[in-house]
Design a protein around this ligand. Sequence first.
Ligand code: HEC
Length: 203
Amino acid sequence: MKNYLFVSVTILTALVGFQSCSEKQPKPIKKNVQYVAGADEVTYIKLGNEIVDTVQATLKGNLVKAMQEGGPVNAVSFCNAKAMELTDVYSLKYSTDVKRVSDRNRNGKNAPNQKELEVLEDFRHTLEIGQPLSPKVAIDAEGKKHYYAPIFIGGVCLTCHGDVKNMQPELVHAIDSLYPNDKAKGYVVDELRGLWSIRFKNS
Ligand code: HEC
């Protein structure tokens, strides 16, 4: 994930940097979200990264297995039934709430809350102005630490999140029947797909 993140950010930085040559005024940086710095940042980013790596590896392993066993249509039913369950298992293990959220979501339950929306906007803005993007820690109204990390679209994701024209018709059908309000098609490689959002309950 880290390598991928690095490559994505490098490519985007290069692209945005190139574009900005023709712009007269750089956009001002928004200051909606305050992030934590110092020892707490180091601790919770390390913990958050560990959780993301573990959950991501499990999700990916299961997805690949389901695709191999019954193709992408089978994998969609799997994702539908199991994605939430899996993140719940890790939530218990680490005493955290682990979520994958997106403003262009497939499952409405993965819609971002106000704070997550602000972080998403901040991350998008960071990419637009060509700054490097990395996981962040913020504190909520109750004083709990939250970890946020970007999720990017890779080639394999386009099978189910890409342009409908390039997707298998039976797969599109399966997705649309399970998710009538799906907003998660039409992504391109390296696009910001959403966020990992982890709340540390005991922090
Ligand atoms: C086999 C089809 C399939 C593939 C391949 C796939 N996804 Fe998904 N994705 C889904 C389904 C189905 C859901 C809805 C899961 C649920 O109900 O929680 C989903 C949900 C998500 C969500 C949660 C937010 C939302 O939209 O509900 C994220 C984030 C996500 N996918 C990212 C990715 C990324 C990144 C990749 C590539 C590494 C990927 N997906 C590959 C089918 C797929």
